[in-house]
Design a binder for this molecule. Sequence first.
Ligand code: CA2
Length: 149
Amino acid sequence: MSKLIFILNGPNLNLLGKRQPQIYGHETLVDVEADCRKTAATRGLDIRFHQSNREYEIIDWIHEARDVAGGIVINPGAFTHTSVAILDALNTFEPPVIECHISQVHKREAFRHHSFVSHRADAVLAGFGTQGYTLALERLARLINGPKA
Ligand code: CA2
């Protein structure tokens, strides 16, 4: 299986660390990418790290991942709760998909409790803060490299 992992981030996550630190913490998305690169390097994975405020760009990256990636970590942001199109795209991708939310969405407003993406995700992380991204990568490394790697 490919050791390339796509890490995809949805709308407003470019503001991470700059607004609402009480919910999303102080780390910026640049910090998260750096953490992911460190974890990936220790686990022999490569990553492509993207963020967009446009639904179609996220869909296009999922399509790109179909040809080259061994897994996807996705924080779809608010598209989590609205996007059948992102779910449909993920359903065309065979390797493992991990859905990652910085906040514990089930403790928040009722409209955040449903996720279209969870209909496809093989695992879901919520409430681990930005650490969720590296935990997701550790899990994908285990799935790709095996338990002893
Ligand atoms: O907890 C998460 O990671 C979310 O996916 C974040 C989304 C929210 O709509 C989901 O319900 C849960 C919002 C991303 C907005 O990110 C910001 C970060 C810092 C400041 C403002 C927005």
